[in-house]
Design a protein around this ligand. Structure first.
Ligand SMILES: Cc1cc2nc3c(=O)[nH]c(=O)nc-3n(C[C@H](O)[C@H](O)[C@H](O)COP(=O)(O)O)c2cc1C
Length: 165
């Protein structure tokens, strides 16, 4: 049985919802990336977009050590078609510790393919990725995609374990 960690960052709870669902499907531990900056209100939104576009770092806290897991699933909102500073900082601090990683992103209906491709630049070796709009999270098709994502992660990990024997 693989050890799975689902880690998420959220400003308005959508990513938490996705992370909790994926965590149940993959029987994973769950951890939250907390940004010391709160990005509240209109100023927070504008400043968040600016910091995301220019790929700025921030100060984050989290509890789990990703090195203790076979795979880390990163669940994140899209900010200005890119990775929010908190997630970027978490990845920069930990990418060398990840044994395997995958990601799910959600946005407000903008170009999700572009967002997934931008995340992939920071997470080039991800074993599975999925992007959706926050408006579709509860839809049947999205639920099916979460199942497919979880199945893909399980299958790839099993294959990697078999090949490593
Ligand atoms: C600073 C900022 C920038 C955003 N940029 C985009 C964007 O480029 N495209 C888009 O569709 N949604 C964008 N959004 C909307 C979020 O991606 C969307 O609301 C997401 O569901 C938020 O997830 P959360 O509830 O986990 O914080 C942005 C939100 C913020 C706060």
């Amino acid at each position: 049985m693989s050890k799975v960690l689902t880690v998420y960052f959220t400003r308005t709870e959508n990513s938490r919802k996705i992370a909790e669902e994926i965590s149940i499907k993959l029987k994973s531990d769950i951890d939250e990336i907390i940004d010391k900056k709160k990005w509240k209100g209109v100023i927070g939104f504008i400043s968040g977009g600016f910091n995301s576009v220019f790929e700025k770092a921030t100060k984050v806290t989290y509890k789990k050590n990703p090195a203790d897991y076979d795979v880390v699933i990163i669940v994140s909102p899209v900010w200005a078609t890119k990775m929010p500073p908190a997630v970027r900082t978490y990845v920069e601090e930990n990418i060398d510790k990840f044994n395997n990683y995958a990601f799910i992103v959600n946005n407000a209906g903008g170009n999700i393919k572009k967002a997934v491709s931008n995340f992939k630049k920071v997470l080039p070796k991800s074993i599975a990725e999925y992007g959706t709009s926050k408006n579709d999270i509860d839809s049947d098709s999205c639920q099916k995609c979460f199942e497919d994502f979880a199945d893909a992660v399980r299958r790839i990990l099993e294959k990697r374990k078999t090949n490593a024997k």
